[in-house]
Design a protein around this ligand. Sequence first.
Ligand SMILES: Cc1ncc(COP(=O)(O)O)c(C=O)c1O
Length: 413
Amino acid sequence: MSTETLAINGGTPVRTEPFPSRDPFGLDDAQQLLEVLQNGTLFYPSGKKVYEFERAFGELYGVEHVVMSTSGTAAIHVALGAINPEPGDEVITTPLSDMGTVAPIVQCNCIPVFGDVELHSFNLDPDDVERKITDRTRAIIVVHCWGQPANMDRFMEISAKHDIPIVEDCSQAHYIHYKGRLVGTIGHIGAMSLQDSKHLQCGDGGITITSDAELGKRASLFVDKGCDWSEDRKYRLRYAFIGPCYRITELQGAVLVAQLKRLPWIVSQRNQTGDCIGEQLQGIPHVYPPDHAEDVEHGYWNYAMRVDEEAMGVEPGSFGEALAAEGIPTGKWLGMPLYAFEALRDKIAFGTSKYPWAFTERGMQMEYPPGLCPNAELALKQVQTLPVNERTTAEDVTDIVMAVRKVAAALTK
Ligand SMILES: Cc1ncc(COP(=O)(O)O)c(C=O)c1O
């Protein structure tokens, strides 16, 4: 079979035009910001926009408690703070995430434990998580990686069997349905980042949601130094405990009010585009587009597929380089599992104390060696991202598919 000469070898690239950028802001954002300035305060308890957003988000998600914070990391810290683990407790999560999933575990003085992932979904493998449960396991943080929901049926079964709460990290999976339910509302408490790259964004921000009254109350205390305010927020009733301060401002609230109206459109555009690319990439040897069940949506926060370069018989990195030369920018994301980063590997958090690991003998015995999660390590070697966002057009899809097919055909020996 003859193959076209790759652009990297002097052939004609599939594409020379840049891909569309997100272009996320409009006059509606400006109008909301203007209203905030006219209100004369950026402090949310004295303003209206953060409250307005919380109400609208709570309605969209059908949850009773929406607690805003300054980042996704903060939102996960708030979720764990609501669960209130003891120092030295263990929290199981995935090594395929942003460090913002793990930092709150350490900041709660708990020990991060890593479960391996399923190769086909990049998501935590429930069976491996169950194997890693001990009598000190206090929570499981499930991340819906790249916007594809994890196996929540199994996680909720495990949670009920072992009486361990599930925190859903939905930073990459805003407004995504799993079997008819929104992720973030299936576990005990959900958290998400509103950082610039996310579907719903305000530069930086976070949301913690729950319908559990006790968790909701503690989350609202935790986000504001543990301070229990009177109903009208005029009086401090008490400090229930000492917590961090993660208050957001009216500026983010204003942008979020405008952005929330776009969220369903963003998700549906990405969902259609990602699925369409996946269908057209079926059947290419050693290329594995994301696959998800019919009743599970994928939000394609990033379009991530796996390419088995070893099976193709080429050097690692060859596929991405060839694709980039065709005019299709690609990426590898983290590069290595979270536990391989020096700070975690060497337990660097609070001075030189090695806390929270040093809190218990068992914590000090926790090691994060290479090979800890073999699937996660393999997935990171094989992952290849494609340039998809809500403004991707049918022509863009054609170019992406054509380039992947061209590169795969030329590289496969
Ligand atoms: C899955 C996941 N969790 C947590 C975070 C941390 O969010 P932030 O950067 O807003 O603190 C991110 C950010 O990219 C993320 O993707």
